[in-house]
Design a protein around this ligand. Sequence first.
Ligand code: SF4
Length: 321
Amino acid sequence: MSRIVTYSPAYTIVPTYECFNRCLYCNFRVDVGKASWLEIETARKILTSLKGVTEILILSGEIHPLSPQRHLWFQRIYDLASLALSSGFFPHTNAGVLSYEEMSRLKQVNFSLGLMLEQVVSLDVHKYAPTKKPELRIQQLQWAGSLKIPFTTGILLGLGETIQDCYDSLRVIASIHQKWGHIQEVIIQPYQPGKQEIYKGKPVGKEEILEVVAMARKILPPDVTIQLPPNLISDKQLLLEALQLGVRDLGGIVAKDEVNPDYPHEDITFLKNFLRENGWQLKPRLPVYPQYYSWLPPHLQMLIQDFLSQHQDYIRHPPTS
Ligand code: SF4
């Protein structure tokens, strides 16, 4: 019998590419004041045109918490999530570091939230990125737990960290999950060089990716799923080896990876066939894992019940490692 690996049929909308951070490896941001924000009516047209998509990933650059624009920025994100919901989609937002109040409000219109921990050490690539301070991001994970928000986080590889840093970062995620039980998945995200960035590093080696996947599976509690984005690894054999080591999710398969625009996803049918030929069944999931359905506000739980009653192919239980 084939084993199950999941993905989320997703589409990314970007409220703004403006970001006051300047991570040296970024292929997403534009300077503050240099980009227009996504209008609600434009988003409505985009959503109306989508086919075969369930998750709307709302991914935004960050407006400074003390900026006079912050309130408008947050309201736009909230309104886009509400629009996605009322259009029959399942929103998941990753808008960087948020206040406790902002997180609490987004819980009402999202099935889960996300923020990469990245690493628990300060890295040179973050020297111009105030919200990449590890303590701020650890606090975000703690707040999400205290608010009972199903949460996606992860670590970045290939940005100057050591294997010990990866170990320490995974240990921190594991201990926060042991306290709150809210980390649904951890993304192992290998760096790939992009055209727009300043950093210009080398792609992460196969051995390092596999070493960190194996380490993650040992350190993280078994109910935390490990995700590896298939568009960021060059070699399909590596994907199979990572599955053997415990990867069980491929993340959102989107039309455009906004964070890594130089690395498009392969066609989903191709990926499904490749996996099937190698003993794996690729199944869709919602952006919230089944064990967290009861954590959601009642209006979101009802939407899940309605959706699942009409979509038998979606998983009912997270795949086991
Ligand atoms: S990686 Fe994210 S936080 Fe850093 S500059 Fe880019 S958009 Fe901003």
